[in-house]
Design a protein around this ligand. Sequence first.
Ligand code: AQP
Length: 328
Amino acid sequence: MTRIFSGVQPSGDLHIGNYLGAIRQWVAAQDVADTLYCVVDLHALTLEIDPAALRSRTLETAVGLMAAGLDPDRCTLFVQSHVPAHAELAWLLECTATYGELRRMTQFKDKGNDQESVRASLLTYPALMAADILLYDTDDVPVGDDQRQHIELARDLAIRFNSRYGDTFVVPRASIPPLAARVMDLQRPDKKMSKSTGTPLGTVAITDSPDEIAKKVRRAVTDTESGVRYDPESRPGVANLLEILSVATGEDPRVIASRYDAYGPLKSDVADALVELLAPVRARVAGLSADPATVSAALEKGASKAAGVASVTLDRARAAIGLTPRPR
Ligand code: AQP
């Protein structure tokens, strides 16, 4: 059976970029693959985050994932830091990666640029992400387009480690959806929608109310050209709306575009489609938030299952690289 792994940072409220670009694929894979999904709390430490906020956001992110359709009985859902093997394998992979390749990561450049003091972990976290993936002998990693470069790095590190120390890791593949792989900020169509760096009005959270969704979509930045056409290169704002509607309805964005000649009706239909798509998710978030003990119990069960798989790979990697066996 294909093994699938992916993760999400508890760095803010889950938004429709996370949902359409990644989480929907995760939900769909649960019944056709062996799936592991992770709230990657160690990654959130690469940026300034208050300990209490990290604690509550980790649980809220797990609630969001379950509300979006991840079922702990059909997938392994856990918190990254609950499985210490992630941090240990990350070190072995940092010792496999080079400074030059880590420095070239665009997320490092984007997130590090406007900070006075950049944490060393912002540079090295792609090695931690490679560890997250390689620990589970992952075949496919369903992600949005912004993670393409990090998956390439995970592949390169797996191949390099295998050739230096002998066959140890499965070499993973990125699985990126054809549409909505990069949902753009509604206010800045040249920037992807983001939990930590997005504009408040340009970011639609999966828990936004119908009124908030309608307001944000109504005020989405488009362009001054007349007519509605699907052209992501020259008309990114309109293409973004068309892709969102396309994923929500299953129709081709070009076919959708042909039905409109003004932005008003298009925006109104995008808002309605999002409200309908997110209504059940929002209702389930409310139910699960009222029952944190059930969510924590699911995460605990997930961590113990994940740890069992991870320890086998970690022992293989430790032996391959020349570390003495761990006392049992
Ligand atoms: N705008 C997006 N469009 C499509 N997919 C997206 N993803 C993120 N933003 C978009 C995908 O969501 C998954 C989880 O993302 P992440 O939490 O690991 O971090 P990220 O990729 O850095 O996303 P954010 O929301 O922008 O978080 P912050 O602000 O913390 O950096 C990934 O599969 C990602 O591709």
